[in-house]
Design a protein around this ligand. Structure first.
Ligand code: AHM
Ligand code: MG
Length: 336
């Protein structure tokens, strides 16, 4: 019989990983399992978005009498409801909500913290273009009881797990617990995420850059020079680079992870801190990219070292292959 890859489900993989930590209580595995259930529920709605009347605004009533939710609100509530009762979380925070999300009184509070972006790239929903969900897990720092804001405002390097689900041509669950990055593709016929990419390693150098070049005029001179440099025709050194930009961070970062190159959302004259959020988007993606052997910086320092001071704070971000991020950094710092 010819065998190429392990046929292993996400659930099984999580349990095998748990056994590598003799002190593990299983709490963490249950959290990841609950997240994968939420991911399947969101995927189900995403995949039928064009068929049912879910794309419109909120407030409408569907056939069963429920209020029809916009997809991003559906994803936000689904993830919260799949996670709130577990007893393992003390607090959550979601990009869709201004403040931290408390665990309901009737449920136990636990030792972990979940931050998530329920539906990243939501402006792409109506055009049936790739969207995603992003998550980040920390250990609590407050002593006990209800979780607090300080539990959510931790440096990215304190993450104990992070990942995303990309709803693209197939649905893939990518995560890391600090032992490499692994990807699982959803087999819709059996409703299981199956191991498809074990120990993903980002290429040292790529040939693709991904940023919203419509903002070019407002960028710093260093970044403009970097773009001119990588798009110069110079075949022996692999230039010009190709531009690919979806406008969904999950999609653009996932392609960068798989093919190499650089993804960035820089600051500019109008928005010095860029558009993307440190806690919900940049920290989890930076964790994944670093775990895969890449680099993620804000232009001056490692993203994971930035101390968040507000839940929704923005940060410039440059992430991807080490050689590409290094070269971009040299231009940003005026060394080239
Ligand atoms: P959101 O849909 O969660 O609000 O995320 C913001 C999105 C990112 O996914 C993407 O990288 C960026 O906004 C695209 O912004 P722009 O349209 O300015 O290029
Ligand atoms: Mg987002």
């Amino acid at each position: 019989m010819s065998r190429t890859k392990k046929l292993m489900t996400l659930e099984r993989f999580i349990h095998e990983q748990e056994h590598l930590h003799p002190s593990a209580t299983g709490e963490f595995s249950e959290l990841l399992h609950d997240l994968s259930v939420a991911a399947k529920l969101v995927w189900r709605e995403v995949s039928k978005a064009g068929l049912v009347n879910i794309l419109g605004s909120t407030g409408r009533i569907n056939a069963s009498g429920d209020t029809v939710k916009k997809l991003d609100e559906f994803a936000d509530e689904t993830i919260y409801r799949a996670m709130d009762f577990s007893g393992h979380l003390c607090v959550m925070a979601s990009e869709e909500n201004e403040d931290i999300l408390q665990i309901p009184e009737e449920y136990k509070s636990g030792g972990y913290v979940l931050l998530y972006d329920p539906l990243d790239g939501s402006s792409n929903i109506d055009a049936n273009i790739t969207i995603g969900s992003i998550f980040s897990i920390y250990k609590r720092v407050s002593p006990g009881g209800k979780g607090k804001l300080e539990d959510c405002l931790q440096q990215g390097l304190k993450q104990v797990a992070a990942g995303y689900i990309i709803y693209g041509s197939s649905t893939v669950f990518v995560y890391s617990t600090g032992r490499g990055v692994h990807g699982f593709t959803l087999d819709p016929s059996v409703g299981e995420f199956v191991l498809s990419n074990e120990k993903i390693v980002i290429p040292q150098k790529g040939k693709i850059y991904s940023m919203n070049e419509g903002n070019y005029r407002n960028w710093d001179e260093g970044l403009q020079k970097y773009i001119q440099h990588i798009t110069e025709d110079d075949k022996p050194t692999g230039r010009p680079y190709s531009l690919r930009y979806i406008g969904t961070m999950v999609g653009d970062a996932h392609r960068t992870l798989m093919y190499g190159g650089i993804f960035a959302y820089p600051g500019d004259k109008k928005n010095p801190d860029g558009k993307l959020r440190l806690c919900y988007e940049c920290n989890p993606m930076a964790y994944i990219i670093e775990q895969a052997g890449g680099r993620a910086i804000d232009g001056k320092k490692r993203i994971l070292e930035v101390q968040p001071t507000a839940l929704h704070q923005h940060t410039p971000v440059f992430l991807g292959s080490v050689e590409d991020v290094n070269l971009c950094e040299e231009f940003l710092q005026g060394k080239r």
